[in-house]
Design a protein around this ligand. Structure first.
Ligand code: BTN
Length: 260
């Protein structure tokens, strides 16, 4: 079971994760975070469950995670505007990747739009959801699943999923890993608020395919030809160079990137 006291004793953020909702079991931490009544500010709140019975992933998929082995949690942010959300999600992916990399010999990469991969396999995933009150952003929920101590994945996942424990043959304190992720996330959130270009550079360096020729699938349709992937720009749009050496940017499309 997650040791909430050990987590609190190790937490050294200024605000992120201080308001903590812990559950042994929940449908989904994202769904719970969305359902909270907004009497007071929820900025920085953390919702964590040892077991999710209805963990959700991107594209309406399920998020599978063995109870008590991994990290499944959601962070609530109230940035006031829904601009540059792609950058914010990638900033939190970067926090997860940084913390993984400290434990590993291999590098942890970001796969557009918000997966964390090690040695070509997925170790973590993020699901960002926004709640609006009319046209105003009320809150953002950044849901994070990180595979920590799980040794075996179901047959549908085993070829594409990994965990820290599979990669190093060690077991990890989930409480300490989480405090390290929150420290990094708080730092990157500050860079994001300041529109600091260093954040964009750090994200781009970690994106799989950055600076290489890739194939693109846009809104479910394969695009003809190859594109040089130039990463994200300061607005969070995805930038590519087409074969006529013109720059194309994509802001709202669902894009998948395939290395060639
Ligand atoms: C993905 O890669 O498809 C995103 C996975 C996001 C999973 C996390 S686990 C905690 C939070 N609660 C959920 O229901 N989903 C996110």
């Amino acid at each position: 079971m997650f040791d909430t006291q050990l987590f609190k004793d190790n937490l050294n953020t200024s605000w992120l994760g201080h308001n903590f909702f812990y559950f042994e079991e929940l449908g989904s931490t994202n769904t719970y975070a969305k359902s909270l009544n907004k009497a007071d500010s929820l900025q920085g709140s953390l919702v964590l469950a040892d077991k999710q019975s209805k963990g959700r992933g991107q594209y309406e998929r399920n998020w599978e995670s063995d109870p008590g082995e991994n990290l499944t949690f959601s962070l609530i942010l109230e940035p006031g505007s829904a601009d540059r959300l792609t950058i914010l999600t990638l900033a939190f992916s970067l926090a997860v990747a940084d913390v993984c990399e400290v434990q590993l010999k291999s590098s942890a990469k970001l796969k557009w739009p918000n997966d964390v991969l090690v040695e070509g396999k997925k170790i973590g995933g993020l699901l960002t959801e926004a709640i609006f009150n009319g046209s105003a952003l009320e809150r953002l929920i950044i849901g994070i699943g990180l595979n920590v101590n799980q040794k075996v994945f179901s047959s549908g996942l085993k070829d594409n999923a990994t965990s820290l424990s599979i990669l190093t043959k060690e077991d990890y304190s989930r409480e300490k890993l989480l405090t390290a992720i929150l420290t990094k996330a708080e730092f990157y959130y500050r860079l994001w608020l300041k529109k600091d270009i260093e954040l964009i550079k750090s994200i781009n360096k970690r994106l799989i395919g950055y600076g290489t020729w890739v194939k693109l699938d846009i809104n479910g349709c394969k695009k003809e030809g190859e594109f040089k992937f130039l990463g994200i720009n300061e607005n969070g749009a995805l930038v590519v160079l087409n074969k006529d050496l013109e720059v194309d940017t994509f802001s709202y499309e669902q894009i998948r990137i395939y290395p060639v």
